[in-house]
Write a protein that binds this ligand. Structure first.
Ligand code: GDP
Ligand code: MG
Length: 287
């Protein structure tokens, strides 16, 4: 059976998470219309009769690290890049201009001495294209695929090509943690990222960056309900107030949206006990 690891690279918003989600068919990575949602390297396992592939979806690689948190994020990104991978998938979005950020990511891609595939995403959007700006990449990368991750267009041929680079392993060479569970992602991280994504989507830019989500308890109840106790931590009382909203409306909305998606992802009924706390030091404690 083939077993291997693929590193996804590309600046924020090119569609890496969408690609992984639509390939695996479950919400394993976080997608967002806003950048910088994927704070950790998220690993998702793809499986079919040919074998297993772990996709490492990298956090956004930022233009510059302005504070300690961004620095740590970048370090984690680089740590993910140094993991032993069999193949690198470098994804670009042809509907956005080439810029400094793209050049940085390309610089990192170039440093990795592994087979690389260039994936041009969002080919469903043809009206606004900067593809000529990326033409030079097609000379650098011998393998180039055009896909639409959102529509699952041309994903099959790309996956066939990816499998060509995944090594054959015997049964006893398969890492134990790969056999089970299907989603090779710590469930607390998964839950916390999913809830944080909702905070991110429903609040302004300011708050989510100053907040995180801590999962205090996950328990199976007798009536087949999964009980999840989670806390949104934010740095200041005024942010806490904003997240709670008038009459608790905002937090209810966040909780309800998150609960539905968790239920969908784990295929169980979910009771989500979601509260907000102020903790000015969460960055030191939880990150
Ligand atoms: P990431 O930051 O690289 O992980 O990007 P995401 O997967 O979060 O996607 C960023 C945005 O691009 C989201 O709004 C997606 O819905 C959108 N997107 C992703 N793939 C496609 C695509 O193939 N076509 C179009 N039109 N939009 C896409
Ligand atoms: Mg992402």
């Amino acid at each position: 059976m083939k077993i291997g690891k693929v590193l996804l690279m590309g600046r924020p918003n090119v569609g890496k998470s969408t690609f992984v989600n639509n390939l695996i068919g479950q919400k394993v990575a976080i997608t967002s219309p806003k950048p910088q949602t994927t704070r950790f390297a998220i690993k998702a396992l793809y499986e079919d009769e040919r074998g297993k592939i772990i996709f490492v979806d990298t956090p956004g690689i930022f233009g510059k690290a302005e504070d300690a948190l961004s620095k740590r994020i970048n370090e984690r990104t680089l740590a993910a890049i140094h993991e032993d991978v069999d193949l690198v998938v470098y994804m670009i979005d042809h509907t956005r201009k080439r810029d400094f950020e793209e050049a940085r990511v390309l610089g990192l891609v170039r440093k990795i001495e592994k087979p690389k595939i260039l994936v041009i995403n969002k080919v469903d959007l043809q009206e606004k294209s900067f593809l000529p700006q990326y033409k030079f990449l097609e000379d650098e990368f011998t393998m180039v695929y055009q896909i639409s991750a959102i529509n699952r267009m041309h994903m099959g041929p790309l996956l066939d090509k990816i499998f060509e680079f995944i090594p054959e392993k015997t049964t006893d060479e398969i890492p134990k943690d790969l056999v089970y569970p299907i989603i090779n992602l710590d469930s607390h991280t998964f839950l916390s990222e999913l809830i944080r994504e909702k905070v991110f989507l429903m609040m302004g830019e300011e708050i989510p960056y100053r907040s995180t989500v801590v999962i205090d308890q996950v328990a199976e109840r007798e009536n087949k309900t999964t009980y999840i106790k989670a806390r949104i931590l934010t740095t200041e009382d005024r942010y806490k107030k904003m997240i709670i909203g008038t009459g608790g409306r905002k937090i209810k909305e966040i909780g309800s949206y998150a609960r539905k998606e968790i239920a969908l992802a784990i295929n169980k009924k979910v009771y989500l006990d979601l509260t907000v706390d102020t903790d000015p030091h969460w960055q030191e404690t939880y990150y």
